[in-house]
Design a protein around this ligand. Sequence first.
Ligand SMILES: Nc1ncnc2c1ncn2[C@@H]1O[C@H](COP(=O)(O)OP(=O)(O)O)[C@@H](O)[C@H]1O
Ligand SMILES: [Mg+2]
Length: 363
Amino acid sequence: MASVSIKNVWKYYGETAAVKDLNLEVQNGEFLCVLGPSGCGKSSSLRMLAGLEHISAGDIHFGDRRVNELPPKDRDIAMVFENYALYPHKTVFDNIGNALKLRKVDPTTIQQKVERAAEMLEIKHLLQRKPMELSGGQKQRVAIGRAIVREPELFLFDEPIAHLDAKLRAHMRGELKILQRKLGTTMVYVTHDQMEALSMADRVAVMHEGVLQQYGTPQEIYHKPVNAWVAGFVGEPPMNFLDCELVQEGDAIQVKHSTFSVSLLPEQASIINSAKLERKVQLAIRPDEIHINGKQSAESIKAEVKITEPLGGDMLVDTTVGKEKVLVKTKPDFTASMGEECFLSFDKQRWHVFSSETGLAFF
Ligand SMILES: Nc1ncnc2c1ncn2[C@@H]1O[C@H](COP(=O)(O)OP(=O)(O)O)[C@@H](O)[C@H]1O
Ligand SMILES: [Mg+2]
């Protein structure tokens, strides 16, 4: 089993820095998801772990072994890519067992290991087929089977299920999580899909433009985003942001929008005060942390309904507050017509305030 330590790691392609001063510690047996949009440096980071890409600066350790110069074959890792990379002329059995054959493992052991992996992945009935006779999901399982039989210290998965259809992806999320827990192998899993990261990982590393933004549990990433970028990236439908100003009124701090003013909770006001009152901020709140009502109540905010989108068990309501759009997720029995007046109240325990200048969270 391996722990992984990434210290001050940089990756340059020519002049361009794709990964900037990355620091991550992955514990033995942990499932880490590296999450970020396309081009943020996820694959570059993973490929440096694999030894497929030179490390421009910094150090990578597996356990207490520095691996910077170690070739991939000596790292005891198994990778799974988005494009499967199966041998087209080999059967599923031979695809899965190939690495063991190259290692001169005896045929009986290969047979046992391939069958055990195939059983785990529910592809035992496909062992004699060729890749072209398989669906995308089945090919993906073969690629994962090939990684499992090697019994590596570390799994490195690069968007392994991105090509599958939505239903199968949701199913595979659960399967992969179970599989990793069963095997207990340390996993670094790269994805642009926040649902994958939040649902599978023990900890999530969120990257943006080559820079690690936040490293924490899925709960921390979702409920305590460190900055406005993470807040906006994680969560579907996305968080709402409103340009506001903070104004001290006696002991209280008011969040003033061009169309409304509401007070911060006392504990939130004290965070702002100790960080010195900063006027321009973004008030941010998730669509499901807003209550929508036809009637006015204390501190409710007047809005206008633009459109309602029934989504089966939920209802999305697009509203506008002044000139800004606010999306609300509510119960499917909510009814309102276009242009109708409505009132929003925010769950103050759940909202966030970000500095407009730095994007950093006060809370
Ligand atoms: N071999 C390469 N040569 C030059 N630039 C590259 C190479 N690989 C990746 N890049 C650039 O580095 C950045 C990060 O890429 P990558 O690590 O593949 O991101 P991700 O996997 O998050 O989509 C991108 O801007 C990409 O264009
Ligand atoms: Mg990539």
